[in-house]
Design a protein around this ligand. Structure first.
Ligand SMILES: [Mg+2]
Length: 436
């Protein structure tokens, strides 16, 4: 039996709205370095909403410069929530996404859209805390009708109508309780990107590959795309350490044009890449389809820079991807990601979310657990990315247990950063950034 969702207060008014520009100097260690982003300072444009009793935390992830612009974009949404009743999260998301003037800055893409994600996710964090549940559980206990109400079907109905979405969710209704129990008992498979940053030397690569296997991960990922000879050498080392057949994905972070992608992947094919991630521009749907056909049976994956549900729809329609890598904070937060999970379920494409950065693992695990319980109903061929950086700044950090995410049990969206971390890493006035 599915538990009915507890009654929400009929109104929920936001009384406080605060933003913070938070930056971590990760470029000093080359953590997170890849072919397109050699020196990221992992950052969060962070928002805290209060209803007088609880706080909701949310953020957009950036990699340093521009985090001030991202924070200003979040502040531009203040009139949508401050002093307003935010009990209908479907309506408030659609209102923000279709603001008659701010919409010009997108529409539904880039800085403004990521700002909406920060606010929408903060509202979900607040609601889940009010209800005393982890977000994945709150979503997993909603009725199919309530879930469908959260989605904006505009531009989707040629492929996914509300009726079809209802059908997908109803199909997954039997067994929800068993899957909640499984999620709590077994967690969700993770893979690690930590061994494969481009800035690491061969010895560190070798050591971290064998560490990943010891830690129980069932897949790793290497960054590629800067220099083919280096990539061949690094892939050979990883294959030697991990052994034949062990899944090693590669990630080019949009480095290549279509023909270069095909040539490069052909050269790495003897080392059996598990998938090829972001081979080219995230906007190039047909380019991804061309690459996918040319390198088959090696699968193509993308999504962390895909700007909205419409581009995901096209990637699926064009049979351009075999793995869909949604990101918790690039599209418009929980609501738009529900649309994307439903699209993936319709096409039978496994969702293997992007994570890492700062706080992205904390957020996205909730979406995967929800997908398992209430949308796709499956963990088959699915893994959540894991990177072991910056979790110590969060009040409810992810727990990885022998290569699997443990299902979060604390209330909320796991988005809350410690106040001391917010103060220390605030840019440019926090102590970490002030010159000695
Ligand atoms: Mg990636």
């Amino acid at each position: 039996m599915i538990q009915p969702a507890p009654l929400l207060p009929s109104t929920l008014t936001i009384q406080t709205f605060a933003t913070h520009d938070i930056r971590f100097p990760t470029s000093l260690e080359l953590d997170g370095s890849d072919a397109m982003n050699p020196d990221p300072d992992y950052s969060a444009a962070y928002v805290i909403l209060g209803d007088g009793e609880y706080e909701g935390h949310g953020f957009a992830f950036t990699i340093g410069r521009g985090n001030d612009i991202q924070t200003a974009a979040i502040r531009a949404l203040e009139p949508y929530v401050l002093g307003r009743d935010v009990s209908n999260l479907g309506a408030i998301y659609r209102e923000m996404a279709h603001d008659s003037q701010l919409r010009w800055l997108g529409p539904e893409k880039g800085v403004m859209h990521m700002a909406i994600s920060a606010v929408v996710n903060a509202l979900w964090d607040l609601r889940a805390k009010r209800e005393g549940k982890p977000l994945w559980r709150l979503l997993s206990e909603m009725s199919p009708e309530e879930i469908v109400d959260l989605v904006d079907f505009r531009y989707l109905t040629d492929e996914l109508t509300p009726e079809e979405a209802l059908e997908i969710l109803r199909r997954a209704e039997p067994g929800r309780q068993e899957r909640i129990a499984q999620a709590l008992e077994r967690g969700y498979p993770a893979y690690t990107t930590s061994p494969g940053w481009l800035g690491y030397d061969d010895e560190k690569l070798r050591r971290l590959c064998s560490q990943a296997i010891q830690d129980g991960f069932s897949q790793i990922k290497l960054k590629v795309g800067a220099d083919l000879d280096d990539d061949i050498r690094r892939m050979r080392i990883a294959r030697e350490v991990c052994g034949d057949g062990f899944p090693i994905a590669i990630d080019a972070n949009q480095r290549w044009d279509t023909a270069t992608a095909v040539r490069w992947v052909d050269a790495l094919a003897p080392y059996q890449p598990w998938w090829v991630e972001e081979p080219t521009s995230p906007d190039d749907v047909l380019g991804h389809a061309t690459i996918a056909r040319a390198i088959a049976p090696i699968p193509v994956a993308t999504g962390e820079h895909v700007q909205n549900r419409v581009v995901f729809k096209q990637l699926l329609q064009a049979r351009a991807i075999s793995y869909l890598q949604l990101d918790a904070a690039r599209v418009a937060g929980v609501n738009e990601n529900i649309a994307i999970l439903l699209l993936a379920a319709k096409f039978g494409i496994p969702v293997c979310p992007h994570a890492g950065g700062v706080g992205l693992c904390e957020l996205v695990q909730h979406l995967s657990f929800f997908d398992f319980v209430a949308v796709s109903g499956s963990m088959q061929d699915r893994v959540i990315e894991y990177v072991d950086h910056l979790h110590e700044h969060f009040a409810d950090p992810v727990v990885i247990d022998h290569g699997r995410y443990r299902a979060p049990t604390g209330p909320g969206f796991s988005a809350t950063m410690h106040p001391e971390s917010i103060a220390a890493y605030s840019y440019p006035d926090g102590p970490v950034w002030r010159s000695p």
